[in-house]
Design a protein around this ligand. Sequence first.
Ligand code: ZN
Ligand code: FE
Length: 240
Amino acid sequence: MPLQLLTIPCLSDNFAFLLVNEANEAALIDAPEAAPINALLDSHGLTLTTVLLTHHHWDHVEGLNDLNIAEGLKVVGAKADAHRLPPLTQEVSEGDVLEVLGEQVKVLDVSGHTLGHIAFYFASSGFVFTGDSLMAFGCGRLFEGTPSQMYQSLSKLAALPNDTLVCSGHEYTQANARFATAMHPNDTAIVSRAAETERLLAAKQNTVPSSLALEKATNPFLRAESIETFTRLRAAKDTF
Ligand code: ZN
Ligand code: FE
């Protein structure tokens, strides 16, 4: 049975995610803010067994202390970031495979936004949790890594199956859509995704998660065919 995904808007524009198995056990990906996560755990009668952290930024970890947790909660984060993450029960790095809710999860190093940023790939259920690396219609800003690191991180994610759902950390899609259409005003796929983004937001719906196929077809950063193009695009977005 594939795990069920619940998308939780937090703070002003963050997302946390809960994965739920048949036994009503839940795993949380990122903890921006406790209240909306606790509310969902309560209303669905879920037991939180695991927290997976993508990176150390406060808006991805701040809610951890105030979560309603069962005894023996597992907290998983990057070994490279253990010194600046909340206390971890398991430190992981590129290529590690862990078991979460009975499913095998692969850890991918997707540094660039920060160093030590990781993604979690649930192959059987078809989810990848990308935090602030690959985002809907865009990618994270480079605070610590180089353009070439982010380019490699995005290439790694692009190699996953097309029907993978990309669960990213922010509702930044409108700003990303404006940038993408400014760069590619005559690209039908990009223009129509931008229109669909406006429609979803007007209907108060989330634009996250998105399919990897859609990102590969429309995300300017995933479409960049070389590190040079990617570097130029990322710099242009920073001042857009
Ligand atoms: Zn961040
Ligand atoms: Fe963030």
